[in-house]
Design a protein. Structure first.
Length: 357
């Protein structure tokens, strides 16, 4: 039976890497987004607004996916608004697909806020879960749009009879330009500015993150787990953490990344020094760098998501994931975290997003 994938959020860091992997594995692959990206060979693009049901119905006319991969969300100022909007994104799509009776599996990507709570909870209120986090940890008694999205998937699954999987990556490392949460590109741009100006690459985060054990998720590895779970019977109707499989301390990795760029690293010095503040006056500088080296993107805000990197690296606790749930069911893929970052840096150089200094 033919596998027909619908990747929702195909322009993002997760969705674009997933679309490439599906196409490489021979799947017919549609990519749905508000502003389609035609840079992925073989991707069948769909332009639609998930909050506009008529737009969705028109865009999906004649398209009957067997597997749906939901990899997008919309950021709002309050968690209540996040819940209202992001649950509607999932609900609208699954309602439109329901009459087609074609969907066999739905995969939803969320993240570690499932365990930590919304950004404000772990940054300001100090919600400190037991680590390593495990899938069986109960939901927190806090508003959380991830829970609302999951509940929409569960309800539609009961109604329509498809299987589901939930995927909870840690910080995602991968190639994407214009993504709201992209630590790899953010650090590459920061390091390039440091290289050009002679500034030190200053650690922007907390003592707990600097000295503690951590892990991250390679976008390509996440793509492999998404596909594995959607075609593996033992993985049906399960939630899975997903990280590279190694652990590290940022005080080790930070210097390794700086060394790759040939710049000096500076570690934690007793205070948090946010990267967003470090870069706030560098737009004109980046434009000058882009002109000097004939780069393809002059807008610093389209490359750097410093606010999100600050949230990740500023956590008041060490965070790592238990991977037993998928390992026990046969998912054994692994990725070196240092390699994850370096591969992103090399691709950004090749595509003339950062200078080849």
């Amino acid at each position: 039976m033919e596998n027909i994938a619908l990747v929702v959020g195909a322009t993002g860091i997760i969705g674009s890497n997933l679309a490439e992997e599906l196409i490489n594995q021979g799947w017919t692959t549609y990519g749905l987004s508000r502003n389609p990206n035609n840079n992925i060979p073989g991707l069948l693009t769909i332009k639609a607004d998930l909050l506009d049901e008529q737009s969705l119905m028109d865009a999906l006319d004649g398209i009957s996916p067997t597997h749906v991969y939901f990899t997008t969300w919309m950021r709002h100022d309050t968690e209540e608004d996040n819940i209202r909007v992001n649950s509607a994104l999932v609900r609208n799509l699954l309602n439109i697909l329901s009459p087609k009776k074609s969907v066999r599996h739905v995969a939803l990507v969320t993240g570690l806020k499932h365990y930590l709570g919304p950004f404000e909870a772990y940054v300001k209120e100090g919600i400190l879960p037991e680590t390593p986090v495990r899938e069986e940890h109960p939901r927190l008694s806090l508003p959380n749009f991830y829970y609302a999205q999951e509940d929409e998937v569960y309800a539609a699954s009961e109604r329509d009879g498809f299987t589901w999987s939930i995927h909870r990556p840690h910080t995602v490392v991968g190639h994407a330009v214009g993504n709201l949460m992209n630590i790899g590109t953010t650090l590459a741009v920061y390091a390039s500015i440091c290289k050009e100006t002679g500034r030190k690459m200053i650690w922007p985060g907390s003592e707990a993150q600097w000295n503690g054990i951590s892990d991250v998720t390679d976008a390509g590895l996440l793509a492999k787990q998404l596909i594995w779970a959607s075609v593996t019977e033992s993985a049906q109707n399960q939630a899975f953490n997903i990280t590279n499989g190694d652990v590290f301390r940022w005080k080790w990795l930070w210097k390794r990344l700086a060394d790759w760029f040939g710049i000096e690293a500076e570690g934690y010095n007793g205070i948090i020094r946010p990267l967003e503040k470090e870069l706030e006056n560098d737009q004109q500088l980046w434009e000058e760098i882009a002109v000097r080296y004939n780069l393809n993107e002059k807008n610093l805000d389209r490359l750097s998501s410093a606010w999100h990197t600050d949230l990740d690296l500023g956590r008041p606790l060490e965070v790592m994931c238990d991977m037993s749930a998928s390992r026990k069911r046969g998912f054994s893929a692994f990725k070196s975290t240092e390699d994850s970052f370096i591969e992103v840096f090399e691709r950004l150089k090749a595509e003339k997003i950062i200078p080849s200094l």
